[in-house]
Design a protein around this ligand. Structure first.
Ligand code: MG
Length: 329
């Protein structure tokens, strides 16, 4: 996300001097759009029909599962206990839990403004905390432990999103959105790899403006990292055994808004949040099409028992659409 602590757009009140109060009323209305859960208008922007129809059925419908939140991010499907979705409402300092049976509940509060979430190979929830400035793990006994919070003795900026490699290492991005103008302790915005087994932290990339969403190809041999700063693109790296990376070419450019959260499906296609919805890219970087979403998505994930539901966190709401494809196992 671009402005984690600001959940609504501000606009100029205009130069002809309408009372500031009117603007405040308008702004307040903009903060609380009149949305209801349920089916919403489903629109697609299809660029390659043959490929798109392998992913999205013609009768697929976008559904708003829940709304009324402030800025939703970081969805992850947790496969234990029958399966449930966890996601962040960053300004509300809360992790939410959702299931079809139970609807929406609080999972953890305070969350220290947690942003991106994932599960490790043991099914434990891993979260990036903005104000905690650390990456944490939820243990089976319910305790929360700090995995890593410093680089060369200096605090991280505000870890944003995290992905688990098949070797068990955690790869995460550290832009400065959560610093809200405060200087970075280490003076940069890196992508990191952390090995929970050895506790070794290494730098993956140093040349991003705002490294943000992060995911692996299903076999773990490619790493994708979104840059939601000036470049507004996704880059791809080759990953070697032991965690060394090479490459880093631009994989795709986002043509509306910025790329934030990204995920690969089981076929290695890349799904990216963007200004107008979810953009779907072929493994060679070609845009296959878009699932348009009424609010601007910040992140997405695959979930439910068959992995074929795409959950989308978009500003005040949680959306979902059933797909023909599925997330990696
Ligand atoms: Mg993000």
């Amino acid at each position: 996300m671009r402005q984690p602590m600001c959940s609504f757009k501000t606009s100029s009140p205009g130069r002809h001097g309408l009372l500031p109060l009117l603007w405040l009323v308008a702004s307040a209305a903009a903060q609380t759009p009149q949305l209801n859960p349920g089916p919403v208008a489903t629109e697609f922007d299809i660029r390659d029909a043959a490929q798109f129809r392998k992913i999205v059925a013609p009768d697929a419908r976008l559904e708003r599962l829940a709304t009324g939140m402030k800025f939703t991010e970081g969805p992850v499907w947790v496969p234990r206990d029958g399966g449930f979705l966890v996601f962040s409402d960053i300004p509300s300092d809360e992790l939410k839990r959702w299931t079809r049976a139970d609807g929406l509940n609080t999972f953890r509060k305070p969350s220290r403004n947690a942003n991106g979430n994932t599960v490790d190979r043991q099914g434990r929830l891993i979260s990036c905390e903005h104000t905690g400035r650390r990456v944490v793990r939820l243990e089976p006994d319910g305790s929360l432990i700090t995995l890593v919070d410093r680089f060369e003795g200096k605090r991280f900026n505000s870890p944003n999103d995290v992905a688990v490699h098949p070797d068990g290492s955690l790869w995460f991005t550290d832009p400065d959105y959560g610093l809200r103008g405060e200087p970075s302790d280490y003076g940069a915005r890196f992508v990191f790899r952390f090995d929970p087994a050895s506790r070794a932290l290494s730098v993956v990339a140093t040349d991003f403006d705002k490294p943000n969403g992060i995911c692996f190809a299903p076999n773990g041999r490619k790493l994708y990292v979104a840059d939601s700063g000036k470049p507004r693109h996704i880059r791809v790296f080759d990953v070697k055994k032991g965690g060394a990376v090479s490459g880093g070419a631009v994989f795709c450019q986002i043509d509306k808004g910025v790329p934030d959260g990204i995920r690969c499906d089981a076929k290695g296609r890349v799904f990216s949040s963007a200004g107008d919805g979810v953009h779907i890219f072929a493994p060679d970087g070609r845009l296959i099409g878009k699932i348009l979403v009424p609010e601007t998505p910040a992140n997405l994930c695959f979930g439910e028992a068959d992995g074929k539901t795409l959950f989308i966190t978009a500003r005040t709401s949680l959306y979902a659409i059933r797909l023909l494809t599925r997330g990696p196992r």
